[in-house]
Design a protein around this ligand. Structure first.
Ligand code: TXA
Ligand code: MG
Length: 331
């Protein structure tokens, strides 16, 4: 703090946030191999990474997020060849991987019998969720680390996912040794999770890869209907991605004191504050802005955050999924 009581910007800078360079990526890889946790950018959201083959590192991820142990982690690898060391890749999975990797698609596959990933990371399931992120910094880090990296979104369990390095520092405090800063995540919502262990592929979580694109390549896709009590994929837990303020979705009318998260041209007036996900009504732009704007509106001077209706197509499915969960009754 300065003498006048205002915050000095240097005291607010977090020394663990470093710009991504060859040197800092090498340092991050070393830390990962030593069993420490490192946050890094992907095209979807920032991940909290740990060596997936190291039980202690995986346990530290669950502790840092206060994440229930039954909720398995996504394992990140730099390419299909590395995925083949972890999971059984049949012809269908190979087609999906060739088309969508690197990219925001996570495949749930059967573990190989010699899969080196910690059983804790898979929460004891005989499947493993794998993805190859489409982000140059993430890929460089994964190659340099030379091991599969377990990385859930770098937020406390149940909260809004981070799309900027500063969000990670605010969420996770001291648990993370280093935060590699790669700027804002371009996609902005988490990867689509697709189960390929079922006869018909099953969509476990809508995300950055669209259902339309998956269906075009793979044919019909089942939409998972896991109950909140017995989720097929624990990402289906009802309350999730939640800001502190209550959220009202599909709203067009103003209540006093509410902040508006708008979409498209001509948003309604009468709100205490307003941010627009995409004034031109573009769902890709809206997804990229979603979590950062939710964070900016999540302030005690407002009574709630109201969100306008978002079309249920393309990335709109992932946006609506996150908003429904953020609006769900809290435990
Ligand atoms: O975009 C993303 O996927 C980000 C970035 C960092 O890669 N990661 C992410 O991880 O969102 P997380 O842990 O927040 O979400 C993982 C989701 C959860 O819904 C989890 O239940 C599901 O994937 N999952 C993981 N392993 C699974 C498995 N073996 N079977 C079914 N679902 C699984
Ligand atoms: Mg998450």
């Amino acid at each position: 703090m300065r003498e006048d009581g205002s915050a000095d910007k240097f005291t607010l800078m977090d020394a663990r946030i470093v710009p991504a360079t060859t040197e800092t990526i090498a340092r991050a890889a070393r830390l990962l191999r030593e069993g420490r946790l490192v946050a890094f950018p992907t095209e979807t959201v920032y991940g909290l990474g740990g060596d997936a083959t190291n039980d202690a590192a995986v346990a530290a991820i669950f502790a840092a997020k206060a994440r229930p142990r039954f909720n398995p982690l996504i394992i990140h690898v730099p390419g299909l060849a590395e995925a083949e060391a972890l999971a059984v890749i049949d012809e269908r999975a190979r087609r999906a991987a060739r088309q969508f990797w690197p990219g925001p698609l996570t495949l749930v596959l059967n573990r190989r019998s010699d899969c080196p990933v910690s059983l804790l990371a898979s929460a004891g399931l005989d499947t493993v969720a794998v993805r190859v992120p489409a982000h140059p910094i993430a890929l460089a880090l994964l190659r340099e680390t030379g091991r599969p990296v377990a990385a859930p979104s770098a937020n406390r369990s149940g909260r809004v996912s981070p799309t900027e390095a500063a969000h990670v520092a605010a969420e996770l405090g001291d648990a993370v040794a280093l935060i590699v800063d790669g700027g804002a995540c371009p996609v902005g919502v988490e990867s689509t999770v697709l189960d390929l262990t079922t006869e018909t592929p099953t969509l476990l979580r809508p995300g950055g890869e669209t259902l339309e694109a998956l269906t075009e390549l793979l044919g019909p896709v089942d939409l998972a209907s896991g109950s909140p009590e017995a989720p097929r994929s624990p990402g289906q837990l009802t309350s999730h991605y939640a800001p502190v303020l209550p959220l009202r979705v599909n709203a067009i009318d103003a209540h006093p004191g509410e902040a508006l998260l708008a979409f498209g041209a001509n948003p309604p007036s009468g709100f205490a504050s307003m941010l627009n996900l995409s004034p031109r009504g573009d769902l890709v732009e809206a997804a990229a802005n979603l979590f950062a704007m939710l964070r900016r509106l999540d302030r005690p001077e407002f009574s709630a955050i109201t969100v306008m209706p978002i079309p249920e197509r393309g990335l709109g499915r992932a946006i609506n999924d996150r908003l429904r969960r953020a609006a769900a009754p809290r435990p």
